[in-house]
Design a protein around this ligand. Structure first.
Ligand code: FVT
Length: 332
């Protein structure tokens, strides 16, 4: 039934906007701290917080400093952090063996943070790019990004992360068949409670530029990622990827980037009714920060508005570099 509305002046929609109290009563969507996942960068060393020039306000932290930050995030009520490593270039190889080293930076960080901040969920990134000499998410053999060999490596990487204590595995590589392979490996290795949040609809986007600086991948990447990440023109294909990943055992799905793909978020939630997340990526973050620093927009208000948009689109939550800043505002 279409909504019934009296003709003017009996209906004056402005009445419901007339005061903060009435606006609050009829607000359809709200952002809460429970909606936030905070992506963070870890690097080697001790006592280090190194600013990332292309992401003002974000830093790369050594494990000790990251542990402090995780404790703070836990105290703010943020449910999860997502760890991305800045890998020393000397550890990047064509066989990407560092990716499944139980003692790599990510796995050491997981263990330390689990001890110090047991109530915050730890999400990880599953893709070979931080460890790959050529910056790709998959093995490059004879100039081709190889799918099935990569999936085998992703299984080893995932099991090492699960062993270290990861709660949520985030395969961001966009290889075919990886969710089924990871789910099966987790099940048969005793990690049946490890959650998979699949980067199901990950687009080949220029909005990732600042992130590649943050993890030191910009120099390494040869070519582009268009043979595995999705074409920005496609929407039906995203639905097929979501359906496939769910059928292979994903618990939650993600759309990435966020704001330029809100139509995809809305379609996913409407068509599948599953836990749906968006990643507000580095370029989105950098654009808001740059405009705010120049005094062109009110940074805090735009930040909160940009995050609320994900809820309105139907997302259950959002990965955002703004998580602590937003949590501070939401906590009053
Ligand atoms: N696999 C993680 C990313 O690619 C992050 C992108 C970003 O924040 O730009």
């Amino acid at each position: 039934m279409p909504p019934v509305q009296a003709p003017f002046p009996h209906a004056r929609p402005r009445r419901l906007r007339a005061s903060p109290a009435r606006r609050a009563l009829v607000r359809e969507n709200t952002l809460t701290v429970d909606d936030l996942i905070w992506p963070v960068f870890v690097r080697a060393g001790e006592g280090i917080e190194e600013p990332i020039a292309s992401m003002p306000g974000m830093v790369r932290r050594s494990i000790d400093k990251l542990t402090d930050a995780a404790r703070e995030a836990e105290a703010l009520g943020i449910p999860a952090i997502c760890i991305f490593p800045y890998t020393d270039p000397s550890l990047k190889t064509a066989d990407c063996a560092e990716a499944w080293n139980p003692e790599n930076l990510t796995n050491r960080a997981i263990r330390t943070i689990k001890q110090a901040a047991p109530n915050i969920a730890i999400m990880t990134d599953v893709a070979l790019d931080p460890y790959n000499i050529n910056g790709h998410d998959g093995f490059v053999i004879d100039g081709e990004i190889r799918n099935d060999e990569t999936v085998e490596a992703l299984v080893k990487m995932t099991l090492a992360q699960a062993e270290a204590g990861a709660d949520i595995i985030g395969p961001s590589d966009m290889m075919d068949g990886r969710i089924g392979a990871l789910r099966q490996a987790l099940e048969s290795s005793g990690y049946q409670n490890v959650t998979i949040m699949s980067y199901s609809a990950k687009y080949a986007s220029a909005y990732y530029g600042p992130f590649r600086d943050a993890v030191g991948a910009s120099g390494a990447l040869k070519g582009d990622k268009k043979t595995y990440q999705m074409d920005p023109g496609n929407s039906d294909e995203a639905m097929r990827m979501i359906a496939r990943d769910l059928s292979e055992g994903a618990d939650m799905v993600m759309v990435k980037p966020g704001q330029p793909y809100l139509d995809i978020c809305h379609r996913v939630k409407t068509e599948f009714q599953v836990p749906t997340f968006a990643y507000q990526v580095s370029g989105e973050y950098a654009m808001i920060q740059a405009a705010a620093q120049n005094g062109w927009v009110d940074g805090e208000t735009v930040m909160m508005e940009s995050l609320l948009a994900f809820k309105r689109a139907g997302c259950d939550g959002v990965l955002t570099y703004f998580a602590p800043a937003a949590a501070r505002i939401l906590n009053g």
